[in-house]
Write a protein that binds this ligand. Sequence first.
Ligand code: C2E
Ligand code: MG
Ligand code: MG
Ligand code: MG
Length: 286
Amino acid sequence: WAKAEGRGRWALYDPARSERQMIRSALVNALPAALERGEFTVEYQPIVSFDGGTLRAVEALVRWRHPELGTLPPDRFIGLAEETGLIVRLGRWVLEQACAQGAAWHRAYPEARLVVSVNLAVRQANAPGIVEEVARILTDTGLPADLLQLELTESAVMPTAGEPVHSLRGLAATGVRIAIDDFGTGYSNLAYLRRLPIHALKLAGPFIEGLRSGGIADSASLADERIVDALVRLAHALGLTVTAEAVETTEQAELLRALGCDTGQGLLFGAPVPADAITPLLRPFS
Ligand code: C2E
Ligand code: MG
Ligand code: MG
Ligand code: MG
């Protein structure tokens, strides 16, 4: 009967139609309205110092509370938003939200010097006017530039061929921090590491997962430990700070601390949560 109501109607109920396509058309057709309706939300995940356990930063992570599909994690729609170019608009909204929230935290707890870290998609970083846009958002929200960190992936910053994201120097010149996200999962062009205006490395989850996750150190976890050790030394030799992603166990945290890793992020320290749940963590500073 669905077919009788026309092709569009049929397509809507065709089980063969993938969720991916549904999300794609929903994104393309409804993103602006979804933004206006407040279907997107930003959660914040603590980034904590291994040396003392102080809250140093939070990473802004977008979610889509889709009316039919439920809450979608970014992996389900960020790729599509990049393909369609809508990431520029969505990313701008996330940046505005995160900077406004960061500025509010900064006004309430200036001693905390809480850094807000925001993911920047390659396409967004390459969009014309991105440097001016970041500068404008900082001015509009009143967030000090050094309390904003932009996370770019290795492939954006250190391409195997071609040039890195051209806006990188301009972005760094605004005074924001630049971090390389998921470091170690792509092809690291180490020559770029010393030439680019980068402030931090975020070590990818898989290396951290390997750190004595089973309790007994096997040869694979020993290899991961040596890699992390070497990466921390490399980063520090270049004057960069190091954040470990996906820290889930106290064993991992103790090892990372012993290896000199600066900060950690992961379920051990706290899952991504709405902004309101971060605020109480800043109270010790008031
Ligand atoms: P990411 O930037 O590497 O963010 C870290 C991811 O690790 C987050 O996934 C976070 O929830 C997850 N995570 C946190 N703690 C743990 C842990 O202990 N173990 C493990 N295995 N994972 C943990 P999430 O929120 O699903 O985001 C996935 C990716 O989507 C992000 O990876 C980032 O690349 C992208 N993304 C998220 N928000 C944005 C955004 O606003 N703009 C852009 N361009 N990309 C975003
Ligand atoms: Mg990130
Ligand atoms: Mg990451
Ligand atoms: Mg990632």
